[in-house]
Design a protein around this ligand. Structure first.
Ligand code: PXL
Length: 271
């Protein structure tokens, strides 16, 4: 049976980030994609002009409707907007997700600087979602917020990863992938903390402004590969190849920070 993955995330009408990016990525990686919408943005490649969160109960009903019917193998969350939304989703997942892998992309602000989660959402995330998560995928800024540490070097990335897993009381069971796409004077270095072991994923930095939706696409690719049964380190390794290729072959759309090439191939065999 085709594996199913569910994304719970915001809508980007320009198609480069949010649920649109997640669904394209699921599809490209041979996974059937389902999507529950948490908030609606008005945006294009030049920026976000409006964010409207949906009613927490409406979001949770979407999540429950999918999980009650489709044999979901992996779930990811993206922009969630508010603490109330996070709590409501967590309660629904507790009842309905049957322990399937949960990837949290702790989206806080968009590339263009728009707030996609209120400040109190960070503690709600820690309190309600991290206890049940498989993996959290912060970038350097998000890792700084979650760990209360300065995160600017590979060593600091390692410290932050253990601090984030430890704060959730789950040093041995919560995996943390810190994405170093914005590291100064470094390759694009991501560090995975998984079952007490650090693994580095390194690639050459690609010089382009077309990186809109990179975080969403990366975590969606990991989610799709988990749904297909790969173990976490292998899912990250393959997702990293996919994202590098998607950035390198971006279609050059829009007059701002354009989207990636979600048709990218990366040697990931179908089926
Ligand atoms: O990449 C973060 C992100 C997530 N979700 C939505 C977004 C963005 C960035 O723009 O618009 C809906």
């Amino acid at each position: 049976m085709i594996p199913v993955a569910l994304t719970i995330a915001g809508s980007d009408p320009s198609g480069g980030a949010g649920i649109q990016a997640d669904l394209k990525t699921f599809h490209q990686l041979q996974v059937y994609g389902a999507a529950a919408i948490s908030l609606i943005t008005v945006q294009n490649t030049r920026g976000v002009s409006r964010v409207e969160t949906l009613d927490p109960a409406l979001i949770s009903e979407q999540v429950a409707a999918v999980l009650e019917d489709l044999p979901t193998r992996a779930i990811k969350t993206g922009a969630l907007g508010s603490a109330a939304i996070i709590e409501s989703i967590a309660r629904t997942l507790e009842r309905k997700s049957r322990g399937c892998p949960l990837v949290i992309d702790p989206v806080m602000i968009s590339t263009s600087g728009a707030l996609l989660a209120e400040n109190s959402a960070v503690s709600a995330l820690e309190r309600f979602l991290l206890p049940m998560a498989t993996l959290i995928t912060p970038n350097l800024e998000e890792a700084t917020r979650l760990s209360d540490l300065s995160v600017k070097t590979p060593d600091q990335m390692r410290q932050a990863a253990t601090r984030i897993a430890g704060a959730a009381g789950r040093e041995d069971t919560l995996s943390v992938l810190i994405k170093g796409g914005h590291l100064e004077n470094e390759d694009a270095l991501d560090i995975l903390f998984h079952r007490g072991v650090f693994t580095e994923f390194r690639s050459c930095r690609i010089s382009t402004g077309h990186t809109h939706g990179t975080g969403c696409t990366y975590s969606a690719a990991i989610t799709a590969l988990l749904a297909r049964g790969f173990d976490l380190p292998e899912a990250v390794r393959r997702a990293k190849r996919f994202i590098d290729e998607a950035i390198r072959t971006n279609p050059g759309l829009g007059s701002g920070a354009g989207p990636l090439n979600h048709w990218a191939v990366s040697g990931i065999d179908p089926g």
